[in-house]
Design a protein around this ligand. Sequence first.
Ligand SMILES: [Zn+2]
Length: 299
Amino acid sequence: MRRAAYRSDKLAWWVRRTALLVGLSVAMGGAQVDAEPCGCAAPGRPVAMSSRFVVYSYPNGPSPESVLDASEGLYKSVCRSLFGQEPAGCWETPCQIVLHADRASYSRAVRGGAGSVGSTWIRMVAGRIVGRRIDLLAESADCPRALAHELTHLALANYWPEGRPPRWLDEGLALLADGPEKQRLHWQDGQVAVEYGAMIRLNTLLTDERPLRAEQIPAFYGQSLSLVSFLLEHNGEPQQLLRFAVQAEKVGYDRALQECYGIAGVQALEQAWVAYVRQPRDPGRTVGIASSLVVASAD
Ligand SMILES: [Zn+2]
């Protein structure tokens, strides 16, 4: 799940993205003005920090040092997988990673986050990232993978001009850090959408960044995952996928598809992708970036 906060309403073009849903009941609509990071530095909160992250745990919670180590390792793994290189330099302000003991604490920090176990918050001002925060529900068994998922959002925000990768790409790549079972459920949602008329047409999925309606959410996640998987299987390098998405922002998707994948345009992509989604799929199958992240997040 990713949240973005902007000072200008005009720039509040996307708000939240929730990948780690237990139940798909979270409305994604409506601009959100996120609360400033809450009083997570209150006395008694164990803290560990590096130049890149500040981890806030809670009394008797996970060791902040171990979460810090895991975050550093996972972030490097994510950057190597996505960009083919180690993360460069430091940030002006480190990313806060806030661990929550229970759902009540998590929900106070992540508005609309019912059903999710991880959330990334990015604050942009004048095209620059000035705030980063990840909230995690530590009691969840999915927490390590949730951390990998959220760090993928973080890495993409840092990579993308003005911190705003296309929504389908951002969520599709982050979903690859989730476990096989969660991926399978999202994949099923995409198949159901294709087969039963709830499919978001690709020319909309690729370019429309308006808030999703609640009933579109399962299709959005399922389709984003399968579309990213399709393109990665077409050309297995995540760097090529990133080049494609950057190029599409410059010249449009039709031309970028021709240049980067030899696909005639969005309509041809949709036909090929629908056929791909309809194929029987091994439930444990993962693609490209997923393999390395799964190994890293299971450590
Ligand atoms: Zn997400």
